[in-house]
Design a protein around this ligand. Sequence first.
Ligand SMILES: *[C@@H]1O[C@H](CO)[C@@H](O)[C@H](O)[C@H]1NC(C)=O
Ligand SMILES: *[C@@H]1O[C@H](CO)[C@@H](O)[C@H](O)[C@H]1NC(C)=O
Ligand SMILES: *[C@@H]1O[C@H](CO)[C@@H](O)[C@H](O)[C@H]1NC(C)=O
Ligand SMILES: *[C@@H]1O[C@H](CO)[C@@H](O)[C@H](O)[C@H]1NC(C)=O
Length: 511
Amino acid sequence: MQAWVHFVVILIIFGELSVGDEFRFASYYGEHMVLQKAPEEAVVWGYGTTGAEVQISLAGQQSEQVKSVSVLNGIWKVILDPVQAGGPYNLTVVQKGIKIVLTDVLFGDVWLCGGQSNMAFTLGQVYNASEELAIASKFPNVRVFQAALEKSSVELTDLAGVEVPWSRPTPEVLGGKDFTHFSAVCWLFGRYLYKSLNYPIGLVESCWSGTPVEAWSSLRALHRCGLKESTTSSSLSSYTDDDLIEWSSTVLWNAMIHPLLNMTIKGAIWYQGEANAQFNQDKYSCTFPAMIDDWRMAFHEGSEGQTAQDFPFGFVQLSTYRKVHNDGFPEIRWHQTADYGFVPNERMKKTFMAVAVDLPDIFSPWGSIHPRYKQDVANRLVLGARAVAYEETGVSFQGPFPNQVLIDNNTIIITYDQKIRATLSTDIFEICCSEEKKQCSSCSHWIPVPMKEQGSDYVLVTIAKCPLDNVAALRYAWSDWPCAFKACPIYSADGVLPAPLFILNRWPAES
Ligand SMILES: *[C@@H]1O[C@H](CO)[C@@H](O)[C@H](O)[C@H]1NC(C)=O
Ligand SMILES: *[C@@H]1O[C@H](CO)[C@@H](O)[C@H](O)[C@H]1NC(C)=O
Ligand SMILES: *[C@@H]1O[C@H](CO)[C@@H](O)[C@H](O)[C@H]1NC(C)=O
Ligand SMILES: *[C@@H]1O[C@H](CO)[C@@H](O)[C@H](O)[C@H]1NC(C)=O
């Protein structure tokens, strides 16, 4: 009897809706969410009955607004007037007398976190995990959301699933099982950024272990690099079990990025590249920047111009994997910068990079490809965000990079763009010895050259076993695992930022 009465009540409430209609927000809006603050305008959308009017109201102590839109093809969408950072607000939508209220909504900066397993790597897996989890709830203004792992062969309008709905941080939310929720790099980036900005931060995680860049790219982006839709690679699902997963191009762009285009975001951070060390590696200096360009264009368009068309994009330069092999990691590190060695540069504007080559972790329980030092990674990313995304002056975020290389008297003097702290090494620099006076694209004869002398902004290496005229190229830290923990030979003067690897050719490329 009880159940029967209940059933009748439901019929009356939803009586006006025809079969298949539903009135709700899209999957990535919910209580506890952070919407993008002013000057950008937050986009909010959901589903309704075609033709019906939807009233949207935002109510809070700092400001109020009411808007009305009609439902087109089952979807309503509104662009809110700009709202300053803060909250909480209640966001209410009403259609035909049915009301949905989202409480505890904040306005702040929304950052998207993408990539593969080192982004998926959870806060529960880092060094000091228990301390990190224990203090998490002290940051209730940093909120998290995570898309579920889904693939699709067509571009989806909404996420097919949600792993973590918008939540305040708690040890339970952040401390999911390994590689599930929540991303350590994403969380720590948000927490450190909050410390610097002191207003709410929304973190949207959408990443998947073992994935190549092609899976996260649209066809448009792939075509720009001469790649076809059919490209498929396979990888272990994470480096700890044996599930082999096939990755077709675009499947994660379709299911886990395309649906998010309609929300307004401040920027994105990214930790990926390991899965391309052996797959389309030579294309990565095209595919990675092309993906960034394409995401920027698509998020700008999807948010009707609210997300900046050059939104800041930060990424982690690959850390270490194996000591003895060359697995293509140096090449990917170089390609991550579009072969410039540093970012931002002409090709990759408004980007920032956390160098992580000096954070090896041979004893990581999840394999050495997953170093546990995510605090350092997040710290370096936040320096880049402060300088590039927030244009804070006087924040150094790039390690030393050469701006002059002179060959003379059996020595090479490498002058850096900043003051350095150096430790002499016998083999971190290498020269390519070749009789051909042209750019050697694949030099087979690399000779280590010892660092002999250092100054406040230069180092001097001595050339042995190669006639001066035959020195065709110079490279630094060009191996998978070039140094011990925080002990690379060259850092910024404060010892914080390691010099990234480089390869410089003496002769110009042949055209
Ligand atoms: C939001 O709604 C809740 C529950 O209805 C109410 O208690 C609260 O006062 C509202 N907050 C604002 C800012 O309007
Ligand atoms: C772990 O915590 C200790 C003690 O607070 C601290 O000294 C150390 O730097 C922390 N390690 C990391 C990686 O955060
Ligand atoms: C979201 O943006 C994409 C890309 O511009 C567009 O194709 C799609 O129709 C938009 N979805 C909604 C619900 O507005
Ligand atoms: C190179 O060596 C010659 C002869 O020893 C010396 O005169 C010259 O100053 C040296 N050049 C530099 C740049 O050290």
